[in-house]
Design a binder for this molecule. Structure first.
Ligand code: LRH
Ligand code: MN
Length: 433
């Protein structure tokens, strides 16, 4: 089998060589600026180095919409090629050692071998995502009218069995969580009994919960609408919280940034779930209208910062029950090179996290006490307007990554080489993957 082209440390080091002196200059300047407000830049580099965000296996292929999908060159054709691309992202950005899997899209005959394949590339698996929003070839019962909340108990049993299967595969590949998003809902008033469908969903989730290994987490992912366009069973954070609380201590709420009504205050949803002790994870992306699955920080970067402002505030306060949420990306890359989009998105999430550590929280609490609205906003904006790029690049460099991941990736001609290695499948079609 022809060798698979990859990006090695030597190439990264040569690409960094040209950028080192500029980075050191920018880093020194920022260190001086931060010293004025008694902030130790090295402490922020250390925080950046410890931060990780997981890559969605389904994000390294070109995504699409219901109208069309326009495959790009050198598309990964199976989970192994997807992991090769995830390894490139990790090698250059260093903050993405974990990959989230989606079943059956990533089903494999030999999970243990897949685990080893990933480990050879410095990768591990964090969260398993089940899929009862599509029918698979040969599937006995259809999910057309729902899955875990379907009126027919046989369909619910089939969906429960699929989730339990995801847990078994997850145990074999070393994952530690199951994320459950269902598209269950109705397109017409009266089509679905709104209270009954939630009861059925909860009953099904209790069975899935009982199959969880003791150290696993179960994520409940809410979504306002789509694919159902009148009513959705798990449509908002309140319903998600109720379910996670009803299920038990291993159940947590997952916030996908694209799953809210336009103009929803998502940082407030985050603060509420933190306060209620059930904020378990994130699917980072961005959107202008609906569940657009655009690149994180590409439309509303200030919102991403404000979300991390709530998370860092709770972390530094030592909020009771605060556990570091599972940070994961969930995007669909329809017009960009997925590797570039995922690298930039991971860096934007990390940027918001580091900027949130620049907020003068004492002064902010004082401004809030004095009802000084503009004073408070100015303190947040001061952090948000600080360009922390030298901190992020220095953390990457120290971890063997690239000072400029996108330029280094483009310089490697990785995509062109993959286009030669991976003859296109001409799999025209539609849909997110
Ligand atoms: C649903 C969702 C869910 C995934 C899917 C790929 O919109 O956000 O998290 O299973 O996208
Ligand atoms: Mn999601």
């Amino acid at each position: 089998m022809a060798a698979r082209f990859g990006i090695d440390d030597e190439y990264i080091a040569s690409a960094n060589q040209k950028l080192r002196s500029t980075l050191e200059e920018d880093f020194e300047h920022l260190a001086r600026v931060l010293r004025r407000t008694h902030i130790d830049i090295e402490a922020l580099v250390a925080r950046a180095a410890r931060f990780t965000v997981a890559i969605p296996s389904w994000g390294v292929g070109t995504g699409g919409t219901r109208f069309a999908r326009f495959p790009g060159p050198g598309e990964p054709r199976d989970i192994h090629e997807k992991l090769d691309d995830c390894a490139v992202i990790f090698r250059l950005v260093r903050a993405t050692p974990a990959v989230s899997l989606h079943i059956p899209w990533d089903r494999t005959e030999n999970p243990a071998a897949l685990r080893a394949f990933a480990a050879e590339r410095g990768l591990r698996f964090d969260t398993m995502n089940s899929n009862t929003f599509q029918d698979q070839p040969g599937q006995a019962l259809s999910y057309k009218f729902g899955s875990l909340s379907h009126p027919d108990a046989a369909v619910r049993r089939q969906a429960i069995a699929h989730n339990v299967d995801c847990i078994q595969i997850g145990r074999a590949v070393g994952a530690t969580a199951l994320s459950v998003w269902i598209g269950d809902g109705g397109n017409f008033a009266g089509q679905m009994h709104i209270r009954g469908s939630l009861e059925r969903y909860l009953e099904s989730m209790r069975e899935i919960y009982s199959a969880l290994p003791a150290d696993w987490r179960l994520f409940v992912e809410h979504k306002e609408f789509e694919p159902a366009f009148y009513s959705t069973v798990v449509s908002d954070w309140g319903t998600s919280y109720y379910c996670a609380r009803e299920l038990g201590p291993q159940a947590w709420c997952l916030v996908d940034l694209g799953h809210h009504a336009p103009n929803a205050n998502i940082e407030m949803v985050v603060a509420r779930l933190l306060q209620l002790g059930k904020l378990g994870g994130f699917h980072f992306n961005d959107s202008k209208y609906g569940d657009d699955d655009l690149d994180a920080g590409s439309i509303k970067p200030f919102q991403l910062f404000l979300i991390f402002n709530e998370l860092v505030d709770a972390e530094l306060e030592g909020l009771e029950g605060f556990t570091t949420p599972a940070y994961m990306i969930d995007q669909s890359h329809n017009v960009t090179d997925p590797i570039e989009s995922l690298m930039v998105s991971a860096m934007e999430v990390l940027r918001a996290y580091v900027q949130a550590h620049l907020v003068d929280r004492e002064a902010l609490a004082d401004a809030q006490e004095r009802c000084d609205a503009l004073g408070a906003l100015a303190l947040l904006k001061a952090a948000y307007h600080t360009d922390v790029t030298p901190i992020l690049a220095t953390a990457r460099l120290a971890a063997g990554g690239a000072i400029d991941p996108v330029a280094t990736y483009r310089g490697s001609a990785y995509r062109q080489r993959k286009a030669e290695e991976r003859p296109s499948q001409d799999r025209v079609g539609a849909g997110i993957v």
